[in-house]
Design a protein around this ligand. Sequence first.
Ligand code: ARG
Ligand code: ZN
Length: 877
Amino acid sequence: MKESQPSTIYLKDYKVPPFLIDKTELTFDLDEATTIVTSRLHMRRNPACGKSTVPLTLDGGEGVKLIGLAMDDYTLPPEEYRISENKLIITATADQFVLTCETLIEPQNNTSLEGLYRSSSMFCTQCEAEGFRHITYYLDRPDVMSVFTTTIIADADRYPVMLSNGNEVERGKTEEGKTFVVWNDPFPKPAYLFALVAGDLAVKNDIFTTQNKRDVKLQIFTETHNIDKVDYAMEALKRSMRWDEEAYGREYDLDIFMIVAVDDFNMGAMENKGLNIFNSSCLLASPETTTDDSYLRVEAIVAHEYFHNWSGNRVTCRDWFQLSLKEGFTVFRDQTFSADMHSETVKRVEDVSFLRTAQFAEDAGPMAHPVRPASFIEISNFYTLTVYEKGAEIVRMIHTLLGAEKFRAGSDLYFERHDGQAVTCDDFVSAMEDASGVDLTQFKRWYSQAGTPVVSVTDEFDAASGTYRLTMKQETPVTPNQPTKLALHIPVRVGLLDQSGNELSATLDGTTAEDHVLHLTSSEQVFEFSGVTARPIPSLLRGFSAPVKLHYDYTPANLLLLMSSDSDGFNRWSSAQQLAVNELQALIGQAIAGETLSIDSQLIDGFKALIGDCNLDPAMVALILTLPSQAYLSELANPIYPAAIKQARHYLKTQLANALSGEFESLYTNNKSQGVYQANAEDIACRSLKNLALSYWVETDSEAAQQAVVQQFEFANNMTDQFSALSIAVHSQHEKAADMLAVFYDQWKNEPLVVNKWLMLSAGQESDDALIIVKGLMEHPAFDLKNPNKVRSVLGGFGQNMAAFHKEDGSGYRFLADQIILLNKRNPQIASRLCTPLTRWKKMQPELSEKMKSELERILAEDLSKDVYEVISKCLA
Ligand code: ARG
Ligand code: ZN
C-alpha cells in the first residue's frame, strides 16, 4: 500500500478557472519513441475572478517531461516555476501572456491508452476525461474552452494521413524533408475534445447535404485491410445526421466530419470535434464477420458520437460531476434514434433489460453514486451505467412529464441559451422548466440521490361506486454516504385491463383516458379512479416510465393476461419476465435447500399461446420467450447462490423445451430460410426468433435438433447464424462443441473482431477445467494483454462463467485478482473495470463472500493506481 492515499475531489469545491486560454497552438513532432509537443497558449486572467494574483497552475501527467518553458519571449529559469504532484506552478504572471511549453512524451510506451499512444501502426489520442495532461501541461478542465490550431509533423511515407480537429488549412515540407499539416478548429472547445491521428490509413469518402443545403464531406479511416467494412457505419452516420435535423433541429457545423477506427481503445468511442475515434469493434461491420447485435451497436454508437456534436461539444460540461449532462442526454437521444430506425418496443425492452440487470446492480453495490456524483477520486471510474443509462432515464422522465412538444421546446432553448458554454445539469433542467412552465424542483432529486427506488403498490375496488384506488409507497434504499433519502417525483404510467384483457377507460382528476401518468411525489399516495365498470387488472409502469423496482402482488393468471393482452408492448414482455422470475425464484429456493427441483410452469401455456399468435412482431416473441438471465436473477437475489441460479434456470429451460418441443421445432424450421443478409429490423427479428427456438429445441434429446445446430454452423451465410449455432453448441454441451470451436478459430483467425468473440465464448465454457482453459487462452497467440478488447473478451467471458468464476475453492476470484494486479499500472482504466464482479462480494452466499473479500484485501495491499484504489477501497469501506 502507498504511504498517502489519493485525494477525493468534491463538487462543492468547484471554482471558476482563474485563467482562460483563448487560443491553443500545438505542434507535434511525431516519433514512436519520443514525440516533442510544443504548445503556445494565449492566456489571460479570468475577469470573472476579479483582481487576482493566484499563481498559474497547469495540469500535467505521468510520462510528460518538461523540456522548455517561456512566457512571452522570456525563457523561464527553473527558480521561477516548480513541478509538484504532476502540476506545473508558475508564481508570477502578467494579466495576459503567451505561454510556450515544450514537452517530451513516449507514445510507444504509453500502455494506459490515455493521451497520445500507438495502436497497431498508427498514432492516436484519447483525451476524455483527463488525457490531455498526458500530452502537455494545460488547464485540463472542461470549462476552459479554447480555439485549437494543430500542426502535425511526421514522415509522410509512414504517416501519409495526419488528422486533427476542424479543417486542414495548410500542408508542406519541413527543412528536414518531413511533411507538416496544419489543422484549425474554429469552435472553442475543452482539451478533452482534442484529437490527433496519424497513420497509413485507407479512407472511404461520402457527402451529406444538410437541411440548409451545405455539403459536408464525410470520411471514415481504417487500416487498409478493414476499409471494406465501413459501409454500414457510413450509412448509419448519414441517418444520424438527418435524424438530428428532424428530431432536434440540429445541423452539423463544420465542412468535414471524420471517423477513425483503432484497435486498441479503452472504451467504445469518442466524440472529438470533427474527428471521432472509434474502437474498431464499434465501427466495422460485414455480414460474414458481424452479428446482428453488433450491427445495431455500430449504428447506435455512430449516432451517439455524432449526436455529441451538439449535446457535448457545442454545449459541454462545466465540470466532470456534470458528466451526465452530455452522456445521459446523448444516450437518450441515441436510444430514441434506434427506436425510430427499428422497433420502439424492442429497443425499450433491450434498454430496460440492460438497466435492470447492470445499473440496478451498480446502484445496490459499494460504488453506488448519484447520476450527478458529489465526489470522486478518479473520474474515469464514473463513466458508469448510472451516469449513462440512469442519466438517460432521467431525461426520458422529463420527456414524459413535459410531453414531446414541450420537451423539444426545452431542448431548443437549452441549445440556444448555452451554445458555446460549459454548463451544469441544473442549467439543462432550467431550460426544460422555462420552456414548458413545468416545475421540476422536486424532480431534480433524481440527479443527487443514489439507489434504485422501490415502489410498492396495493389496490382496492369498490364495485358499487365504480371506484378503483391504487396506493403507492416509495422508498429508496440507503447507499454509501447517503443514509437518508427524500421522496422522488416518480412518473408512473398506468392503464387498466378488464378480466378479459380489454382496456378500461377511467377518470382520474377529471381526465378520462385508457392511459394515465400518475405523479408519485410523496412517500405514500393514493390515486383514485372513477367510472371503473369492473374489477381491473392494473398495467403498471408502462414503458418503464421510471427507473424503479415496482412491486404488486400479481397472480400468475394476471400476469398471463397482461402478457397476452396488454396494449403496452413493454408490459407484455415485463409481465412474462415477472412470471418467469417468480417461478425461477421458487426453483432457486428448492435448489438452495437441496431439494429435487419441480414446478408446474404456467409459462408453458403462455408461451404456447404466444407462439401461436401470428400478429406479433417476431422480435417481441423472441424477447418474451427469453428467460431472465443469470445476471438479472443475481441482481434480484440476496444472497446470491450462483450454482442454484444456474441450476434453476437450466431446469426451467429444459422443462419448457420438452413441453413445447414441437412448437420450438416448427418455429425453427419456419424461420430457417436465409436470403441475402440484411441488418434490417425484420430480418434481425427472424434470426433472433429462429436462434432462440433452436436454443430451446436443442435442450430436448432430439437428434434432429443436434444435427440442426451443426448444419447451421456449417452452412450459415452470416455471422449471426454461425455464431448462434456455435454458442448453442457450447452452452448445451453439444458433443461436437469442442470441434466446432476449433473449426471456427481456424476459419476466422485472421479477423481479430471475430477472434474476440471466439475468445469470449471459449472463456465462458462451463467445464470442470474452465480455469485451465482460460489460462490457456491468455497464452494463446490470439491473445494480447495490451488490447482491451481481448482482455474484456477473455476476462469478461470468464466473469459470466457462473460455475468457474464462482468455484467454491475461490480459484476463480484469485485468478481475476491476479489479472487486476497485473493490469493495475499498465492500464488503470481497464484494471478498474475488471473489478466489477468482485464489487458484489457483500451479496454473495457466505462462503463465497469471504473468498471474494480476501481477494479484495490482497489487491488493496498493492501499490495501486487511483482507478483501482478507488473501487477496491470503497468496496471494503
Ligand atoms: N465520451 C465518450 C462517449 O461516451 C466516452 C469516453 C470516455 N473515455 C474514458 N476513457 N473515460 O461517447
Ligand atoms: Zn457519450
